[in-house]
Design a protein around this ligand. Structure first.
Ligand code: B16
Ligand code: MG
Length: 214
């Protein structure tokens, strides 16, 4: 038994930009600018942890837990509004071909996403039927770099962690995969994702990775 576990945002679908725009809008309302440089730190990180990073970037101190909850909810409303109209054109390059290839090669397929909207987004993209198991932010408590989201996927698939390959675009996600005893393909910057077994610059290059020799 072997499996490939996909992160969602930045790997399967291009929703990272909507997370960024939603945080940017919230930051503007709080009176500061949130720029793309800080955005890298938000990738793969849970909603509340992301809020803390955004507030810190803006030098905003003394926000109560209740206010934080309100701010995170507001950001999520902006995000949901922004992704309301997305369609299959937002699926990242080569993903459908890669899903088809690994399915034919006998890999089970899971989602391992920090996003509470994970399942909904896969369904919107008409991709849900490719996935044997979907683990999203509603099923896990511990955010990446904790491996819980991937370990849960492996458990539900019934595949040992060492037979799982994670595909991730976030530093926290790569670290989660490796500390969970899995192999990892990083998608993005090889310096940022240095802990991965192999890094491809974009999803279009996933087809070139030899999964058997990772
Ligand atoms: P939500 P992933 C992550 O998705 C995003 O990368 C991260 O930016 C976001 O804060 C997190 O999901 C939580 O998302 O607010 O929708 O629950 O990369 O793990 O698929
Ligand atoms: Mg991601």
């Amino acid at each position: 038994m072997k499996a490939v576990i996909f992160d969602l945002d930045g790997v399967v679908v291009d929703t990272a930009k909507y997370h960024f725009l939603a945080w940017k809008k919230l930051a503007a309302e709080l009176g500061f600018e949130f720029d793309i440089v800080h955005n890298e730190k938000l990738k793969g990180v849970s909603r509340m942890d992301s809020l803390n990073i955004v507030l810190e970037a803006g030098g905003t101190k003394g926000v109560s837990e209740n206010e934080k909850l309100e701010l995170a909810t507001r950001k999520n409303e902006y995000y949901l509004e922004m992704i309301g109209g997305i369609d299959e054109s937002e699926i990242l390059p080569g993903i459908q071909e890669f899903l088809k290839k690994i399915k034919e090669e006998g890999y089970l397929i899971a989602l391992g996403s920090a996003s509470k909207s994970g399942r909904m987004i896969l369904e919107k993209m008409n991709l849900a039927e490719w996935f044997d198991v979907i683990v999203d932010g509603n099923l896990v408590e511990l955010p990446k770099p904790n491996p819980q989201v991937f370990v849960k996927g492996a458990e539900l698939l019934g595949v040992p962690c060492e037979n799982c390959i994670v595909v991730e675009d976030a530093k926290a996600g790569v670290e989660a995969a490796i500390s969970g005893g899995m192999k990892c393909i990083g998608v993005g910057d090889a310096e940022i994702l240095e802990a991965a077994n192999v890094v491809v610059p974009g999803t279009a290059r996933l087809m070139e990775v030899n999964l058997e020799t990772l």
